[in-house]
Design a protein around this ligand. Structure first.
Ligand code: PMP
Ligand code: GLN
Length: 412
């Protein structure tokens, strides 16, 4: 293995998807909906594949299928209140993963520092290191020890953040709404990040794959809309999250042409072009949603409405058994502290060094409920911060969530 990948051999996804296959627990681990996507997108896909325009099963434009980049341009031009070019300011990618990869590889030189906020979606760290960059971590810290904990109680220390920026800083990776905490960054928090980016001439990589999954009264703010930020921000989205089709693996990045150009160079030399029928179906989905944006029947409003009730249900059943959840204000994950249940689990039966790995494995095998160990989202020195926590996914049918509640209640 080339040295640039040393230390990245382990993947929590590879390990836990296998664990789910081996022990068949109720799976609240990897994040994906277990219910149907809106039928207009899935029908569009089946019609595209078998329809009259047979060319829709062949290669399409490398930087993005024309109908999809056109829909994305309409959508984001409206949301950002600026004209976004479908040709030069948007790149369609193989999921948000490839958007992240093309952004990081396309903008990092060996020795460049990249600021990563912990916990972080786990691929940020290996992607930065593979590009020769140096990740510099800063944890969100819980500023509360009792009472109801909201994701907004996890905050950055402004001085710590300010001190991280220096002349070697190339980029900061922001993720709002946040996986796994569910934090939705506030205007004030984004302004601090924006001011530091401008002061040090730093690129902001904004992972906004959960942009539509925000719970009242929070609002998703796109950092690219802050003064002076469009020219230094690359924003990343995902069709998998937007239309509840995570298996479709289509994502995108948008930003000013001079920044997107570098992503195109990486993309054209690895993936080159993404699946045509899937892009066509996603485009049709956006066209339909564009006509009802902001209206109650919009999927972008009905899905979070549905999820909010699921979030509350999960928070209650976790609390009922003695866990202490952080109530997420966005996204579809919940992190909970399980310390109070420590004497009910036999951690000795597992061999991992970190307790959250032992807890989640023991639970998958013995209680038949799977979660994800949150230390996977931390750098080595900070993993112990979350050793007594677990991450559960709540974008599941009400029946599945009820079963999870029953499993925990019975076990306790
Ligand atoms: N970023 C975050 C924060 C995520 O949770 C995910 C989950 N898949 C991704 C990026 C990757 O998205 P995709 O499935 O579109 O590659
Ligand atoms: N984003 C999803 C999660 O955090 C899926 C991650 C993955 O499949 N690698 O669970």
């Amino acid at each position: 293995l080339p040295s640039r990948y040393h230390g990245s051999e382990k993947s929590v996804w590879v390990e836990y998807i296998q664990l789910a296959l081996d022990y068949k627990p109720l799976n609240l681990g990897q994040g994906f909906p277990d219910f149907a996507a809106p039928d207009y997108v899935t029908k569009a896909l089946s019609e595209v594949a078998t329809g009259e325009n047979v060319l829709l099963n062949q290669y399409t434009r490398g930087f993005g299928h024309p109908r999809l980049v056109s829909a994305l341009s309409k959508l984001y031009s409206q949301l950002l209140d600026r004209k976004i070019s479908s040709q030069t300011e948007i790149l369609v990618t193989a999921g948000a993963y490839e958007a992240l990869f093309s952004t990081i590889s396309g903008h990092t030189n060996p020795g460049d520092e990249v600021i990563i906020i912990e916990p972080f979606f786990d691929c940020y760290d290996p992607m930065v290191r593979a590009a020769g960059g140096i990740p510099r971590f800063i944890p969100l810290r819980l500023n509360k020890t009792s009472g109801k904990i909201m994701s907004s109680d996890w905050v950055l220390d402004p001085t710590e953040l300010t001190n991280l920026f220096n002349s070697r800083t190339k980029a900061i990776i922001l993720n709002t709404p946040h996986n796994p905490i569910g934090k939705v960054f506030t205007q004030k928090e984004l302004e601090l990040i924006a001011d530091l980016c401008k002061k040090w001439n730093v690129l902001c990589i904004s992972d906004e794959v959960y942009e539509w999954l925000v719970y009242k009264p929070c609002k998703h703010i796109r950092i690219a809309t802050l003064p002076g930020m469009w020219e230094r921000t690359i924003t990343i989205g995902s069709a998998g999250k937007t239309f509840s089709v995570t298996g479709w693996k289509i994502g995108w990045a948008y930003g000013p042409a001079k920044l997107i150009k570098n992503l195109q160079t990486v993309h054209q030399n690895c993936v080159y072009t993404c699946s045509t029928p899937i892009q066509e179906a996603v485009a049709q989905g956006f066209e339909l949603e564009l006509g009802r944006l902001g209206q109650p029947e919009s999927y972008f409003l009905s899905l979070p409405r549905e999820l909010e009730a699921k979030r509350d249900f999960m928070a209650k059943f976790l609390s009922d058994v003695g866990m202490v959840p952080t109530i997420p204000e966005g996204g579809y994950f919940m992190v909970a502290d399980w310390s109070a249940l420590g004497d009910k689990v036999n951690l000795e039966q597992e061999t991992d060094e970190l307790k959250d790995y032992r807890f989640t494995k023991w639970m998958s095998k013995n209680v038949k409920l799977q979660g994800i160990p949150p230390s996977a989202f931390y750098s080595e020195p900070h993993k112990s911060l979350v050793e007594t926590s677990v991450r559960y996914c709540f974008i599941k049918t009400d029946e599945k969530l009820q079963q999870a509640a029953d499993i925990l209640q019975k076990w306790k």
